[in-house]
Design a protein around this ligand. Structure first.
Ligand code: B12
Length: 139
């Protein structure tokens, strides 16, 4: 398996909802990941800089207040431009305002270049399973 995979996590934009961030940090650490937690209120560049500094394998972004789209739609392009195309990008939370179908919202974020997107609360097991597949190639 090699070294523990490194994850940068945090809440993007002008978003102060901290609870999911704390839950994710704890769950990911308990699952054996090496976590750099940026907390709340992060512009996209903070994730990019932390990914470089922490030599992250993946960046796990939360957006809870519904404003995520405006903050993250350019983030995949910025990672590629900085030579970080190998860093996986995940996003979850309340990814839009109002009641839109889950599939439609998630497809929109995949179109922005995210590897995985999760609209509305999901079981932590789903994220852990996807991370194992993507980062450890576990089937
Ligand atoms: C507590 C709360 C607040 C507190 C936050 C305190 C704090 N520092 O955390 C206060 C009162 C400050 C607040 C403010 C606001 N809030 Co508020 N808040 C809530 C509330 C009641 C609970 C959020 C919470 O902590 N849930 C518990 C955690 C564990 O659950 P969660 O956040 O849903 O996260 C889960 C998933 O989303 C997922 N997840 C999160 N990130 C990721 C990432 C990945 C990769 C994955 C896989 C999963 C994942 O994991 C978590 C566990 O399942 C929700 C309503 C609700 N019942 O959910 C509204 C809610 C989130 N708030 C909302 C809004 C609009 C606001 C305000 C904009 C209101 C306003 N007009 O001022 C402001 C935002 C200010 C800002 N700059 O961000 C909306 C968001 C609407 C939307 N996007 O659809 C909600 C949904 C209320 C509503 N129904 O309208 N809020």
């Amino acid at each position: 398996m090699g070294r523990a995979r490194r994850l940068v996590i945090g809440v993007v934009g002008n978003d102060i909802h901290i609870v999911a961030n704390r839950v994710l940090a704890r769950g990911l650490r308990l699952a054996g990941y090496d976590v750099c937690n940026l907390g709340v209120n992060n512009p996209p560049d903070d994730f990019l800089n932390a990914a470089i500094e922490f030599e992250a394998d993946a960046v796990v972004i939360s957006s809870i207040n519904g404003e995520g789209e405006g903050w993250v739609k350019g983030i995949s392009a910025a990672f590629i431009k900085s030579g970080l195309s190998g860093v996986r990008l995940y996003i979850g939370g309340n990814l839009t305002v109002g009641d839109r179908p889950r599939d439609e919202v998630e497809a929109r974020y995949l179109g922005f270049g995210f590897d995985r997107a999760y609209h509305r609360p999901i079981s932590m097991d789903i994220l852990l399973n996807d991370l194992a597949i993507d980062l450890y190639h576990v089937c």
